[in-house]
Write a protein that binds this ligand. Structure first.
Ligand code: TRP
Length: 326
């Protein structure tokens, strides 16, 4: 039984929101049925941005708890923290020595983040993609589910694999990215992509009342000016969110009622809230139970790292021999 190996990572920003959930986590859970899945918390990548050390570890634990509660349980996949497996940084160094500076400087994410964090343009921000290539190739992963903002990094990963193979002999497969099929969810402002830093998010673990308050005041179809005007679900971010939480057979009816002004935005939002809580409620209960058992969460991460170390040791052995370190 040789299943294809899938790998992906998420940064430990602490609060995962429903954009992360429908765009990544939910997809990851379904991939566990067909693939050998490695999922990790990118705690080294997140250090490239200014952060608060005293809250960092708690953020890693919260992220782990959330992922497990969403269904990424140890019986389904290998969940671990990047910094627990030293092979990531070992291999990243070797990749640093293979990556032309110009390639790194051209990355849009580097340019964007350098713009946003002018007071802290550190070398890690620049070499971020070399570490990401190491994350993936350390396990010879073949498929990497990511958002479209990460495609450029995956292209660089493929070039890195090719460069290594040309220079040192055939070693790494060139991994393919797999884009999530869910449409991108905008924030509650209906303007920008949902994100923690823009404070336009709905957190997976937020109480039902808070989620309702955010939905109630969330922007809908921008053309729907007066209450009685019919709306256009195709233009409405809330309807996009419906598609991820409401049973598909109910969607045409909601769209029709919205277009015909048979239901108002508030009714539509109430239905969405109900369906959302049907899915998020059990996740929140599992997360709350895990919060009382931090040792169990740490144990999951530890077991995950142990399995990864075994795979990584074999690959690093091969890499050290081929590069001449041994
Ligand atoms: N850069 C990714 C992001 O910000 C996170 C990440 C780090 C990742 N290493 C990875 C994703 C390896 C996939 C594979 O979303």
């Amino acid at each position: 039984m040789n299943k294809k190996r899938i790998l992906s990572g998420i940064q430990p920003t602490g609060i995962a929101h429903i954009g992360n959930y429908v765009g990544a986590i939910k997809n990851w859970v379904s991939l566990t049925e067909r693939y050998d899945c490695l999922f990790f918390i990118a705690d080294l990548h997140a250090m490239t941005i200014e952060y608060e050390p005293s809250a960092y570890f708690e953020g890693i634990l919260t992220t782990a708890r959330t992922l497990i509660a969403c269904g990424l349980t140890p019986d389904r996949c290998t969940l671990f923290a990047q910094s627990h497996v030293p092979g990531h940084t070992d291999l990243a160094w070797i990749f640093n020595c293979l990556t032309p500076l110009g390639d790194l400087e051209r990355m849009t994410q580097f340019k964007d983040k350098a713009d946003q964090h002018r007071e802290n343009i550190n070398a890690g921000l620049l070499t971020y993609p070399a570490l990401m290539a190491a994350d993936i190739l350390l396990y010879k992963a073949e498929v990497v589910p990511v958002g479209d903002d990460q495609v450029q990094h995956l292209e660089l990963t493929r070039r890195t694999a090719r460069r290594f193979n040309n220079r040192f002999g055939d070693t790494f497969p060139e991994p393919m990215w797999e884009l999530s099929i869910t449409p991108r969810i905008l924030g509650t402002d209906g303007q920008a992509k949902m994100s923690k830093s823009l404070n336009n998010y709905i957190g997976i673990l937020e109480p039902a009342e808070t989620i309702w308050e955010k939905l109630r005041t969330a922007a809908t179809d921008p053309q729907r000016i007066r209450k009685k005007d019919p709306g256009d679900p195709d233009l409405c971010n809330l309807f996009t969110i419906h598609k991820s939480f409401t049973p598909p057979e109910l969607l045409p009816q909601i769209a029709r009622q919205c277009r015909g002004a048979e239901i108002g935005c508030i009714e539509c939002k109430k239905m969405l809230h109900e369906n959302m809580m049907k899915e998020l409620g059990p996740i929140q209960e599992r997360a709350a139970a895990l919060e009382k058992k931090p040792d169990e969460v740490l144990e999951v991460l530890k077991t995950g790292a142990q399995r990864c170390e075994k795979i990584a040791a074999g690959v690093m052995d091969e890499v050290r021999k081929k590069t001449g370190l041994r």
